[in-house]
Design a protein around this ligand. Structure first.
Ligand SMILES: Nc1ncnc2c1ncn2[C@@H]1O[C@H](COP(=O)(O)OP(=O)(O)O)[C@@H](O)[C@H]1O
Ligand SMILES: [Mg+2]
Length: 214
C-alpha cells in the first residue's frame, strides 16, 4: 500500500480550495506540489499530515486507515510515530543551545540524539552554540535533522527552503532526498522553486480546485 494515500479530499475556508483530490505516494517516492500563493498547498499538507481534518475525504498514512476517524490520542500517536513535518519557519527555541533543542526533541519523540545524522548535516560541531549564533542554513538544517531524528516513514515539507539562499537550499534539499532514498520514506513537498520540484519523481500544480500533473 502507498505510504501516503488520499481519497476524495476536499477543503474550503471562506472559499473552496480543492475538491475530490486523490493522491498516492509510495516508498522512496517524492512528489512536489507547485501553485501560486494562496492556492491551498499548505492546507493540503495540513490535511494529509494529521494537522487538519479535511471537510471531506479520507487520508491513509502507512497502513493507518482513515486517520481522522480515530481518537485525538490515536491521531497524535500517528503524528509522533509516522510523520515528520518540515516547515518554512524552523520553530527552534531561540534562547537555547543546539544541544538543548535536540534534547527537547529527543524527549518528545523518545528517540536518541542521532550524532551520525548531525554529522551528515554538518551541525555536529555546533552543539554548544545558541540558535541565534547559527546561520539561516544551519538553523534550517538543525530543524530538519530534529525531524529526521524521529526516523519518520513519511515526510511533509512545506516550502522548507523558503527562507534560504539558492546554494543553501540545494544543500538542505539534498540531505532530505538522501534520507528519503536511504530510508524508503515518502515525501510530499510544497515549493515555489521549480529546480527543487524537478528533483522530485513527480510534480503537480494545484489549480482549478484540483491537482494537475505536470
Ligand atoms: N486557518 C485558516 N482559516 C481561514 N482561512 C485560511 C486558513 N488557512 C488558510 N486559509 C486561506 O486558505 C487559502 C489557502 O491558503 P494556504 O493553504 O496557506 O495556501 P498556500 O500554502 O498555497 O499559499 C488562503 O486564501 C488562506 O488565506
Ligand atoms: Mg503555504
Amino acid at each position: 500500500m502507498s505510504l501516503i494515500q488520499a481519497r476524495g479530499l476536499s477543503h474550503s475556508f471562506e472559499h473552496l480550495l480543492y475538491d475530490d483530490i486523490n493522491l498516492d505516494i509510495e516508498e522512496a517516492q517524492s512528489i512536489a506540489i507547485l501553485g501560486v500563493s494562496g492556492s491551498g498547498k499548505s492546507t493540503l499538507i495540513n490535511n494529509l499530515s494529521t494537522l487538519l481534518k479535511p471537510n471531506k475525504g479520507i487520508v491513509n498514512l502507512n497502513n493507518k486507515r482513515d486517520i481522522y476517524s480515530k481518537t485525538n490520542d490515536e491521531i497524535l500517536e500517528i503524528r509522533k510515530n509516522e510523520v515528520g513535518i518540515i516547515f518554512q519557519s524552523h520553530y527552534l527555541f531561540r534562547g537555547f543551545s543546539v544541544l538543548e533543542n535536540l534534547q527537547v526533541a529527543s524527549i518528545l519523540s523518545n528517540k536518541q540524539i542521532n550524532m551520525e545524522l548531525l554529522k551528515k548535516f554538518g551541525i555536529d560541531g555546533l552543539l554548544k552554540q545558541h540558535i541565534g549564533e547559527l546561520s539561516g542554513g544551519q538553523q534550517q538544517r538543525l530543524s530538519i535533522a530534529r525531524v529526521l531524528m524521529k526516523n519518520p516513514k513519511i515526510i511533509f515539507a512545506d516550502e522548507p527552503t523558503g527562507n534560504l539562499d539558492k546554494n543553501t537550499s540545494i544543500d538542505v534539499i539534498e540531505t532530505i532526498f538522501h534520507y528519503i532514498k536511504t530510508n524508503n520514506a515518502a515525501m510530499l513537498i510544497a515549493t515555489h522553486d521549480i529546480e527543487i520540484a524537478n528533483m522530485c519523481d513527480e510534480k503537480y500544480y494545484l489549480k482549478n480546485y484540483t491537482l494537475n500533473k505536470i
